[in-house]
Design a protein around this ligand. Structure first.
Ligand code: SDX
Length: 444
């Protein structure tokens, strides 16, 4: 905690160039010296700026938290202007090329790459926690056949907190660890169960002989064959996709996990809040929205008219734009490279890919988009890969959730060890009426 800043009128002189701001309140003529740390000022240091003793003091007002740091974090670094993404300092490009999703999940949660033994133990733990309680099947069967799988995932992740009530002991290190393992292990099982439910197909139990992504493909697509044999090219592509979605600092869903987790609720419930945040079309739901948008455009000939509709404000160019990236999202660049590979593996031509490529070209040649720094983000191409893998569109966001689960847990773990952790409780600017008398019904 930085000590309280002093009002300059109190005779505290600040030398030029000190890490501080001197704020002059023109309403009173008073000046205040506020410390600057890590490029921020503490919002609470503004509270001392008042017009009189009855004044509550200054607050900051920042809808959508566009310019507010909510925490200190060492998990993910993003440079939006340069299109840089690093996890624990390691560039995403290197992780996609050299690592695996479970190794990245370890890196995010433990802060360093594992030794060979640590990785083997971590993979063993995750592999042997993929089953879910049989009652989950009854729970899943309660949904309509056409229930959105994100709604099903949201409900079942929250429900896990009732199967592991001991996870509420959030100060117990083992409970935190085993919950991290359980969530990373079981979210794919819940996702696959939701998919099989939507088809009216029997659930496929986890196969411990397969890799994390191979097992997920088996739980999705295994039919009557005695053992599912995943295509290694699809296993690899899915592993890279999950790495690319693993964490992204204080995005909407990670912020939701932190806000809900700050009440000291169990981590299953906090991660369920993250699933809920990701569900939205402006966040994780964008990959589905991109596919629908490409289907609606229908042909490269229609791209100019569509983009005009965007400029006229009738459409959003889904899969473009980002709160932080004001350059090409490095993840989009990597995914783009894998699209061709997956299409070759599945032998499925993708007419939508051609539309997406042309759409990107037109948009990046158009000052309307470049002036607003609207570039492709992680969601622009990912749906094309999922579609080629025969994953239904309304399950694309579930794929995002599987990838993001280790990130949500890592953010929760880091928050729980933050000595500045307080329950999240923002203030407001009240705009409503005051002291209004109740009006009896016969006088309304
Ligand atoms: C993810 O935060 C993360 O890290 C998220 C994520 C992660 O890994 O967790 O990266 C994953 O959510 C990626 C984003 C997926 N969403 C979409 O692709 C939906 C389409 N994009 C947007 O709606 C938008 O770009 C956001 C939500 C992503 C960012 O919105 P901001 O930062 O609040 O920006 P804004 O809405 O204030 O837009 C700034 C300007 C506006 O124009 P003006 O009003 O100033 O004229 O850009 C325009 C917007 O209208 N704009 C777009 C646009 N995105 C912004 N115009 C057309 N198409 C778009 N996609």
């Amino acid at each position: 905690m930085t000590e309280k800043s002093q009002s300059v009128d109190g005779g505290v002189e600040t030398e030029q160039g000190s890490d501080s701001l001197t704020i002059t309140d023109n309403r009173t003529g008073k000046s205040y010296d506020v410390e600057v740390n890590d490029g921020t000022v503490r919002a609470l240091d503004l509270r001392q700026i008042k017009t009189d003793d009855d004044d509550f003091g200054l607050m900051t007002y920042d809808p959508g938290f566009t310019n507010t740091a909510s925490c200190r974090s060492a998990i993910t670094y993003i440079d939006g202007e340069k299109g840089i993404l690093e996890h624990r300092g390691i560039p995403i490009e290197q992780l996609c090329e050299k690592s695996t999703f479970l190794e990245v999940a370890y890196l995010l949660n433990f802060g360093a790459l594992p030794t060979e033994d640590q990785l083997a133990d971590w993979v063993y733990q995750v592999t042997h926690h993929t089953y879910v309680h049989e009652n989950i099947k009854d729970f899943m069967n309660g949904f309509r056949h056409d229930a959105n799988p994100m709604g099903m995932l949201l409900a079942s992740v929250g429900a896990l907190s009732t199967f592991y009530p001991e996870a509420a002991d959030i100060d117990d290190e083992w409970q935190r660890h085993v919950t991290a393992v359980r969530l990373i292990a079981k979210v794919p099982t819940l996702a696959a169960f939701a998919y099989r439910h939507s088809l009216g197909m029997p659930y496929v139990y986890p196969d411990n002989d397969l890799s994390y992504t191979g097992n997920f493909l088996s739980m999705l697509f295994k039919m009557a064959e005695p053992k599912y044999e995943p295509d290694p090219r699809l296993e690899k592509a899915l592993d890279v996709l999950f790495i690319l979605h693993a964490d992204h600092e204080q995005n909407c869903s990670a912020a939701a996990v932190r806000v809900v987790g700050s009440s000291r609720v169990d981590p299953y419930s906090a991660v369920a809040a993250g699933v809920a945040g990701l569900y939205g079309p402006l966040h994780g739901g964008a990959n589905v929205a991109v596919l629908r948008m490409l289907q609606r455009i229908g042909s490269v000939d229609n791209i100019p008219d569509f983009l005009q509709g965007v400029k006229d404000g009738n459409e959003r160019l889904m899969g473009f734009g980002h709160r932080v990236y004001k350059n090409y999202d490095p993840r989009a660049r990597i995914i783009r490279k894998h699209v061709d590979e997956v299409l070759e593996a599945t032998g499925k031509p993708s007419p939508l890919l051609q539309i997406a490529i042309e759409l990107e070209k037109h948009a990046l040649d158009d000052e309307y988009f470049t002036s607003r720094k609207l570039y492709p983000n992680v969601d622009f191409y990912s749906g094309l890969i999922y579609e080629a893998m025969n994953i239904p569109a309304d399950a694309f966001t579930v794929m995002f959730a599987i990838g993001r689960t280790p990130g949500w847990i890592a953010q929760w773990m880091e928050m729980m060890q933050d000595e500045e952790l307080k329950i999240a409780r923002p203030r407001q600017i009240y705009t409503g009426p005051r002291t209004v008398d109740y009006v009896p019904m016969n006088e309304r």
